[in-house]
Design a protein around this ligand. Structure first.
Ligand SMILES: Nc1nc2c(c(=O)[nH]1)N[C@H]1C(S)=C(S)[C@@H](COP(=O)(O)O)O[C@H]1N2
Ligand SMILES: [Mo]
Length: 559
């Protein structure tokens, strides 16, 4: 057999692609149907952690630019989709490269050794994949974890054998063509078309099933839709009697948990089983590693509970971005829990580690000074969802989300400070929230008349961590700053809803907002991007061709 008759390496790439696509579909189905590992995500995580911090952050920022620039939807949700696509693409590319290598090797072995070569090839690719998933993966819920690793290995061996089989067929179609006339000729092109069709069918069927299964998880309501749905405030909230009503179109004062923004380093959040979980406080300060105390979830819930409405924001939230939400947190004070942890003499820091490989450090001094710091187990009086950190996450007032780990699996007592996951990647060490204010709505449809004037409610939120908002001001068309009305916030750490009833004038207008913190410091006007300390700058919106139809009714309830 001459070399020229052997299938080319290019063909190897094609076959690699045709065989890896259905492999990915099967892996995805295995995750959906049986909780088996989602390899793309398991593989992506260590790759992400090994990516130099600057490059990682740059990539994420550009991704967010594109999402915002093209108005693709909620930043957190679209980002997850893009990351998933990248993770799947990575495995796909590895598959194509493997196809080339397979064909290169197959071209050099005896025909009868092809199956063995296929198996060995499958093992060479599959073993590292299975090991990575076993060691770093957080996507499988099947116990013991090795089952998932073996499943992957099995799939890869099958995939290796498939390469050998396809190669054999390609070779055979050539042989038969040249040597026999009476046998039905297996035309190589024909065979590739059949293979392509089979691959596409499997992949499409897999993707279709996935899409069907995906419908179980209800799509979240777009923020605008929720906001429009809210006409008046929720009567069960502590500020229900406040006469300042949110302008129609203002975001809900409390974010429904399913709409709470979500940011985490994994594509699929780690699933922790309550029975398997304990929270150990450990220390190596005495020389060897020792467990100082250990708490089950029930024990933690047994302590006096504290609850508070809390606004949290991602440090990556741009001015007026959607990575900010408010919900009710319940948990135990860190100070209370620490009373039952025998701390070593030189204890000074707590390093909090998470099931997804995330970590952050907080000083003991900070905890001792702030009784509000809590280990939370409920959001809206229900156990934390898998996405938001079940079973336990920490709340630290006034800091961006990056300092507050979810899915906590351990707390190590240290003598020295350590940089956390995002700090090591160039984000601010302190990550203290910077004041922000946002225009949610210019509610032309809610125009009303007041004397000779027509007024239009404009409204939104202002927030400065735990420092309070003492004033919000609005400027129209760069005119003088005028005070807005403030609705009492629902908590000492939540956003404040403001409202400014503007004396309407037709045409094009630009509205800007700024706030003042509780202690009188103004919101920073200078524009800064999110990195490294969080975004600053005023929010403005421009409305073109404002008109109102008909004669607006008088303001309800006011003379
Ligand atoms: N374990 C873990 N905790 C984490 C993260 C993470 O990726 N892993 N992300 C942090 C970041 S950057 C933010 S903004 C908040 C987001 O919390 P949420 O997704 O519940 O809104 O969680 C923080 N805690
Ligand atoms: Mo974040």
């Amino acid at each position: 057999m001459s070399m020229s008759r052997k299938p080319s390496l290019l063909l190897g790439a094609l076959v690699g692609a045709l065989l890896t696509a259905p492999l990915l579909a099967i892996i995805t189905l295995g995750q959906r149907l049986a909780g088996l590992p989602f390899l793309p995500s398991d593989f992506f995580n260590p790759v992400r952690d090994l990516t130099p911090g600057e490059l990682l952050v740059f990539t994420i920022q550009r991704m967010v630019d594109v999402i915002i620039g093209l108005n693709l939807g909620r930043v957190d949700e679209v980002a997850k989709q893009v990351e998933t696509a990248m993770a799947v693409g990575l495995i796909f590319i590895i598959g194509i490269i493997s196809g080339v290598i397979f064909f290169w090797v197959f071209n050099r072995v005896e025909r009868r050794t092809l199956p063995t070569a296929g198996i060995i090839g499958g093992l060479i690719v599959g073993i590292p994949m299975a090991l990575i998933s076993q060691a770093f993966g957080v996507t499988t819920t099947v116990e013991p974890k090795i089952v998932g690793a073996l499943w992957l290995l099995l799939l890869f061996v099958g995939w290796g054998i498939a390469h050998a089989w396809v190669y054999g067929r390609l070779l055979a179609s050539r042989d038969e063509k040249s040597t026999t006339d009476d046998v039905v000729r297996i035309d190589r092109r024909q065979f590739l078309v059949t293979l392509g069709t089979a691959s596409a069918t499997l992949t499409v069927v897999g993707a279709g099933l996935n899409a069907l299964l995906n419908r179980d998880t209800a799509p979240s309501t777009p923020v605008e839709a929720q906001a429009v749905a809210q006409a008046v405030s929720d009567p069960t909230l502590p500020n229900a009697n406040d006469p300042v009503q949110p302008a129609p179109g203002t975001r809900p004062e409390v974010t429904p948990v399913e709409d709470h923004y979500r940011i985490d380093i994994s594509l699929i959040p780690p699933t922790i089983k309550e029975e398997d979980w304990v929270l150990p406080f450990t220390s190596s300060l005495g020389g060897s590693q020792e467990v100082l105390a250990e708490f089950t979830l029930d024990e933690i819930k047994g302590y006096d509970a504290v609850e508070a409405f809390i606004t949290m924001s991602c440090i990556s939230n741009r001015v007026a971005g959607d990575l900010i939400s408010t919900t009710k947190w319940t948990g135990v004070r860190m100070q209370t829990l620490l009373q039952d942890v025998p701390l070593p003499e030189n204890a000074a820091y707590l390093k909090i580690t998470s099931a997804d490989g995330f970590d952050e450090t907080i000083s003991l001094e900070q905890i001792n000074n702030d009784p509000r710091i809590m280990l939370a187990y409920y959001w809206e009086e229900k156990p934390l969802t898998t996405e938001h950190g079940f079973p336990i996450r920490i709340h630290i007032p006034d800091l961006y989300g990056m300092k507050q780990p979810k899915w906590i699996t351990g707390i190590e007592i240290l003598a020295e400070d350590q940089e956390g996951y995002w700090v090591r990647r160039g984000w601010d060490k302190v990550a203290r929230v910077r004041a922000t204010s946002v225009i949610d709505t210019v509610a032309v449809e809610a125009a009303y008349s007041l004397g000779d004037e027509v007024r239009i409610p404009i409204g939104g939120i202002a927030w400065s961590g735990d420092r309070g908002v003492s004033a919000v001001e609005v400027s129209v068309d760069e005119g003088e700053w005028q005070p807005a009305q403030l609705r009492a916030p629902i908590g000492d750490r939540t956003w404040t809803i403001w409202r400014f009833d503007w004396a309407f004038a037709e045409g094009d207008h630009t509205f800007s907002v700024r706030c003042v913190e509780g202690d009188g410091s103004p919101q920073i006007e200078a524009v800064e991007g999110v990195r490294p300390r969080g975004a600053t700058g005023h929010h403005s919106v421009t409305e073109n061709g404002l008109t109102i139809s008909g004669t607006p009714a008088p303001f309800p309830g006011v003379n």
